[in-house]
Design a protein around this ligand. Structure first.
Ligand SMILES: NC(=O)c1ccc[n+]([C@@H]2O[C@H](COP(=O)([O-])OP(=O)(O)OC[C@H]3O[C@@H](n4cnc5c(N)ncnc54)[C@H](OP(=O)(O)O)[C@@H]3O)[C@@H](O)[C@H]2O)c1
Length: 342
């Protein structure tokens, strides 16, 4: 195989890509292009990939202000729209960063993303993390906000009320969460006027999160799966010696060989067939990923084999969001079923 697996792949008809119906009846394409350059892919490279991906058949783009490239991505979106794709055929997500949770900042931050992306509305706007703790791009694993805070539901609801207002204002069509846990979502579902339409969460064959996955689906929330390939290019702060790589798993490698595709594409096929919406990042291989979704499915046996290789291996642990000394990253994820006390 050459350095990339783009070559020779024809564009995919966007109509042939499965869709996920959300709680409003709107339909979201079941694969999107991630746009986080992991602190080493430049905004210009990401913007070029957005253009190339649209030509390859993608209509869904997962953006965020913290990715530091919304102006460049916006320039590409403008070209895509000028080229004849209609706005209603695109699905564009952006996210509220952690230093903008205060009531005065939510609407202004969304308007800034809209201006940068050159759009009148977003299809989806997410609260990027449930913690108001800021870390700057490129920081290392020891970085902490000076005034770090735990999850405080009353504070989160103030942010959420502003998210709801964004829907009322017509600036966003759907709102959702990211990096939430079951106990936090239970409180939000109890108190929200507009319920989250999606939860964006880490999902790949080595981190299948079956309990959270079932909870969100049972509650009418669509799971969007980030780092679906196991984020091989993730920043140094998100690497530990225990991490495993789904694309090197012998089960994934064997399935890839059987189908004549890259192991990364097996991860993407699995994700779509399993029911989440993967948002793989790629500047070199996005064609193979969308072609994989439109191509022959994995067999039921292959799906069962992949179900059996879950290693509960979280890669994006989020240490930089911890709020006090002496904690471990598990404290962010409420692993005992209750919200970790302040
Ligand atoms: N909500 C959140 O907190 C959150 C957190 C993390 C990520 N995200 C979102 O999820 C997106 C994806 O996650 P990610 O960027 O962490 O990781 P990922 O999508 O699992 O992995 C991306 C890496 O896989 C490579 N790759 C992609 N397709 C490939 C293929 N077919 N063959 C070989 N290599 C392939 C890419 O290299 P090439 O570029 O060379 O193809 C890139 O290095 C992000 O971009 C972002 O939009 C959200």
């Amino acid at each position: 195989m050459n350095r990339t697996n783009q070559g020779g792949l024809a564009p995919i008809d966007p109509a042939s890509i499965p869709k996920r119906m959300l709680n409003t009846g709107a339909e979201m394409p079941a694969i999107g292009l991630g746009t986080f350059g992991s602190d080493h892919v430049t905004p210009a490279q990401v913007a070029e990939a957005v253009l190339g991906a649209a030509a390859a058949g993608y209509r869904h783009f997962d953006c965020a202000s913290i990715y530091g490239n919304e102006p460049e991505v916006g320039a590409s979106l403008e070209v895509i729209l000028a080229g004849g794709v209609k706005r209603e055929q695109l699905w564009v997500t952006s996210k509220l960063w952690n230093d903008k949770h205060s009531e005065d900042d939510v609407i202004a931050s969304c308007r800034k993303s809209l201006a940068d992306l050159r759009l009148d509305y977003l299809d989806l706007y997410l609260v990027h993390w449930p913690f108001p703790n800021f870390h700057p791009p490129g920081c290392d694993v020891t970085s902490r906000s000076a005034d770090s805070k735990p999850y405080i539901h009353e504070s989160f609801m103030k942010t959420w009320r502003k998210m709801e207002e964004l829907v009322d204002l017509g600036l966003v069509r759907h709102i959702g969460t990211s990096n939430m846990t079951i106990p936090k979502l239970k409180l939000l579902l109890r108190d929200a006027r507009i319920k989250p339409a999606v939860n964006e969460m880490e999902l790949h064959p080595h981190f299948q999160q079956p309990e959270l996955f079932k909870f969100v689906v049972d509650n009418g929330i669509r799971p969007i799966g980030y780092s679906p390939i196991g984020s091989p290019g993730r920043p140094e702060r998100d690497r530990t010696p225990e991490d495993t790589s789904p694309t090197e798993d012998p089960v994934i490698v064997a399935i890839a060989e059987r189908h004549g595709i890259h192991p990364a594409v097996v991860c993407i096929k699995w994700a779509v067939q399993h029911g989440q919406t993967p948002i793989p990042f790629s500047i070199n291989n996005y064609r193979a990923n969308v072609a994989g979704v439109a191509g022959d499915p994995l067999s039921d046996d292959e799906m069962r084999e992949i179900a059996a290789i879950d290693r509960n291996c979280r890669l994006i642990k989020g240490q930089v969001f911890l709020w006090k000394d002496g904690q471990t990253w598990e404290d962010l994820w409420d692993i005992h079923g209750t919200i970790t006390p302040p």
